[in-house]
Design a binder for this molecule. Sequence first.
Ligand SMILES: [Zn+2]
Length: 503
Amino acid sequence: MKKTILTLTACLLGCSAAWCRKPDSVRINNRFDIVAENPCRLRQFLNEMPKGGDLHTHLTGAAYAETYFDIACRDSLWLDPHSGRLAPTPDSSATVRLTPDMPDRPAYRTALIDKWSVRNYRSSCQTLPPDEHFFATFGLFSAAADNHLAELLRELRRRAVQENVLYLELMPLSANLYADKIDSICGAGFFDRNNARLRQAIGPDARPEKTDALLAELFDLWENSAAMQECIDRYVATIDSLDTRSAEGLAATPLCRYQGYADRNAEPLEVYAMLYAAYKGCLKPESKLVGVNILSPENGETALADYTGHMRMFRFLDEATGGTVRTSLHAGELTLALVQPEELRDHIRQAVLTAGADRIGHGTDIAYETESCALLDTMRGRQTVVEINLASNEFILGVQGDEHPFPLYRQAGVPTVLATDDAGVLRTDLTQQYMMAVERYGLDYYDLKQLVRNSIRYGFLPEEEKRILMCRLEESFADFERKWSAQLDSAPAADRRSARSRR
Ligand SMILES: [Zn+2]
């Protein structure tokens, strides 16, 4: 009997000790000031922290300029040394041939990395403002990117593994349905005739029912066009092949899925055709396309003039395809310096209410929107996610710190995720986005975990795939927290005191 009581007491004491021991995540959060105080320690911590997914990343903007330089030399591309533009063949300005053993290779490499990215932007005599410099880079290195997308994606997969990223949702390429291709599918003269009609149908005086009538006419025509359906099949197959080739031989890789998109500065019929192909591509069985986007500078003259028309295209396509295709729209990536005040009043609103976007890319100008408090309430109610791109907004828009609406969205209960946008051009990575969130907005460890979980929860994956990734994420967090809670427990007392005294 005595032995039984002793055993029971020991057992209770043991259980109580275990019960009293705080979970690792609590212990980390309690000591997070030690981590956050020092940028190097914060980098160490965040490097190793599981980071779920990156839901907003453009493939060609995510690759680094060094990779483009290697490709350009390997392919012996021609260079316009003044602008930094690559060309497959020589022309009046592309007069220098890049090769692996060219003279002055290091000097060219250094100069081109600056031209193809934001590196040294402020110290060099740039003739373009930041937004134009940023968007111009894509045209400069595109000759090196176009035939090497799998190689670029392979680089991103490797980097994602190093950053403990489980999922990438990328924008790799559009269906490329520009005027000539549309005519080759629909017949000569089709583009000019119908683009003019569509331009009128989305014009400032257009009635929504008139717009929808023409969108429906074109939709039906393409539904019955074998050539258009073949084009979509090829688009989906290209994405599938890119996915397979980029992962070949890799021991570890994140899951990659893709968004189709349209260029918002293209002609209206080109935009509509590319959105149509992206929507239909998402619906193909086994397709790795999981969502649709719209991109390129939102302050472009065409983008501004056609904005409402584009939102109606999304709305129409959503209804016509059964409401199952997910959308993330670049919206509100604007500032008062870039556009007139009127253009800041309703882009996010239209993306949410007219287009029915599941996610918003950037959303930087939310505070300028008409009735923005009510819009934030709507976004919270609908669980419209905002993809926050801190490094991107800082360089392209000059929006950072207290000027950025990240805290506004969080206070309003709108779900947010952190994303890179164009990590290569911006010379950044996903870890740095988390660093900025801690250093600038005082986020604690629980906040970071919430953002990481959001990056899987709000991905456009089927629920079962999301469940599997979420399980892997929680396992990774358990390992990470076990290691770091022990590490922080043994942090020198003096270090802790100094960390606190600095606060
Ligand atoms: Zn973007």
